[in-house]
Design a protein around this ligand. Sequence first.
Ligand SMILES: Nc1ncnc2c1ncn2[C@@H]1O[C@H](COP(=O)(O)OP(=O)(O)OP(=O)(O)O)[C@@H](O)[C@H]1O
Ligand SMILES: [Mg+2]
Length: 291
Amino acid sequence: MIAFKTNKQSLNTRDNHGKTKLTTLDQIIGVSESTVNLKRTARKVAKTDVTVLITGESGTGKEIYASGIHELSPFSSGAFVHVNCGAIPENLIESELFGYEEGAFTGAKKGGKQGKFELAQNGTLFLDEIGEMPLTMQTKLLRLLEDKEFERVGGTQKYKVNTRIIAVTNRNLWKMVEEGKFREDLFYRLNIVDIDIPPIRKRTPDIPSLISNVMETTCQKHQVSVKELTSEAMSAFIHYPWKGNVRELVNVIERLVVLVDSDTITLNHLPEYMRNLDNANNNFFKLYGLQ
Ligand SMILES: Nc1ncnc2c1ncn2[C@@H]1O[C@H](COP(=O)(O)OP(=O)(O)OP(=O)(O)O)[C@@H](O)[C@H]1O
Ligand SMILES: [Mg+2]
């Protein structure tokens, strides 16, 4: 039986004014060498204004590293502005990022509109899914990063940029550069410091600490006493390939907390695909062409 020592950490909590507090680097859980090193790099880089590229599979924690860097940085008094480059239609992305002046195009708002760069002035602009940014926009972004100024769409006034850029992707940007889908010069400009977060199957020492923390916060949320895992169940957690990474682990624990009545979680309580690890691993490796 494995009992957990926990240090209380809840992610994305709210302060007294109801404003969402951003996750700090202290709330990133993990004891593996790679996590310790990445947190150290993130702390160092946070104090500067350099552009950071965060890469990693889905659910590895790219967003919490980004908000953690913002919170520790000289830009923390400004806003942390999130832009999902994959969710904005190609014809709107320029006006979303740079804003527009009144009359810039049919349907433009009276008085114009601030873009994300203006909103992130003295703060951090978090460019999520940068790999989805259309090539024409990549050119404009590069020019802005080099000139440190921009104009709203339809305008001539120059706006100075004092913003830390954090770009994030779960795609292999270098491969996209080789395929001509991502500008090489922009890649180097963004990749001044690279935080490449490994999937949790490659940093298994993080798994027990993640489980204990997530277990505690989830049990608190559902107002049940904290559950323990048998060593067989723990072993299944450690060997499961977690292609959804921490997000998947959080969801599995929440399901167990809600469905299991007893205070001990055994192998039998786990979903079948986790118990049948040979199959899970085989399917996973086949799916990703790794065998
Ligand atoms: N090391 C960690 N410690 C604690 N919580 C973590 C850790 N890594 C990830 N999480 C949690 O896992 C979830 C997914 O993390 P996050 O949203 O940062 O992933 P992501 O890499 O941005 O994923 P996606 O590519 O799908 O956008 C969040 O609830 C986050 O708080
Ligand atoms: Mg994300």
